[in-house]
Design a protein around this ligand. Sequence first.
Ligand code: H79
Length: 444
Amino acid sequence: MSYARTSVIVRLVLIAGSIAGALSANQAFAQDYHPSPENLQARREFQDMKFGMFIHWGVYSVLGDGEWVFHERHLKLDEYNRLPSFFDPEKFDATTWVALAKAAGMKYITITSRHHDGFAMFDSKISDWNIVARTPYKKDPLKMLADECHRQGIKLFFYYSQLDWHNPDYYPRGATNWNNGRPDHGDFNSYLDNYMDGQLRELLTNYGPIGGIWFDGMWDKPTADWHLDKTYSLIHQLQPAALIIPNHHQTPRPGEDVQTFEHDLPGQNTAGFNTKYVSAELPLEMSDTLNGNWGFNIGDSNYKSAAEVERRLVRAAGSNANLLMNIGPYPNGEIDPQFVTRLKAVGEWLTKYGESIYGTRGGPIAPADWGVTTQKENNIYVHVLNWSAPLLALPPVATKIVSARLLVGGDPVDVTQTADGVILKVREQGKDETDRVIVLTTSK
Ligand code: H79
């Protein structure tokens, strides 16, 4: 069902509700929600950034078996509770992490403030299930990261798992339930209103201006009432420019600011759980892993090459989306050197090709096997990723092309524009060349 049709239904429900004199707060919110000017500005800036660093880091990193290890091994609460005492990231250095993101050409960082294990990687007063209270490290890495991001001009977003495998008030439990020793009762409303919203208030109060909150895990209980309107209002009230980015794999709802897709380009669903619906209005984002895991997995050496990351970034940009590329640092705070070399290579590539990525929107020609287009002002960037013959025939574009040149080097490119389309003479792909970018300058 389309977003527009959903809105119509919501409105009809509202009218019926007000006639009956029983307009709920949630429905009123849905009708009344208008993004603030700061929020709309933040959405545009988000789209301009195009490339972000996703970081999965938690006490699970100690076991080197991914962020789902608590669930995968069906550990008991008492067993998992041992883990924080081994988490002591003496090599963690916020300056190094932020500098790596910058060197990679990334403009924002999205880090796990807490994952499904519910363990707060920040100084939370809501519960002692947090890094300051339970680990020998005793410090708040998110505070250090936030300060450093502000210093180095990188936007910081907090990933926050709504799903919680640790708190007994996360009850009734959802699809990922196993018997880990929690009681068979709990107060879900209290979990949402006191625990979760309490922690979100901390994250939006104690870390300066943040980019937004990246929610995950709602899919564990898709039909539950998550008090979304209340939580979203809280966030927008505390920081109007903070973006709400929900990874719920559903059609966007009022109050949400970005539509994000896990492991897939917008509209594709190779992962099996993504929605095919793509918002024409909201900024889009695709998240992906640099190897095969989110959290550190010691047995995973399946690294993507720098060229592969570049291709994904280009394909995302051509689909009008950002790429949020993940790394899972070691438990000691170091970042795998294999990640570092690849990210730096992508950053070098971006110093040459960034003009055709940053600040662009998806171009006028639909993405295809040969490549994609992006656009900015009166330029159309044709990204030729996969084409060997010299002549590339493209569908028509509405504007008049006044010149065509290579982005790198600036050599002119032969171009023929007719009512039937645009023909470009593409030169051979150079060795180690990911993307041949042709800049079409149009008359307006
Ligand atoms: O944080 C990373 C992962 O740990 C988390 N999201 C990324 C960013 C993630 N959790 N689960 N998944 C990704 C995969 C989702 C699996 C699902 Fe299902 C399939 C969700 C719904 C269907 C299995 C069945 C789990 C719940 C029901």
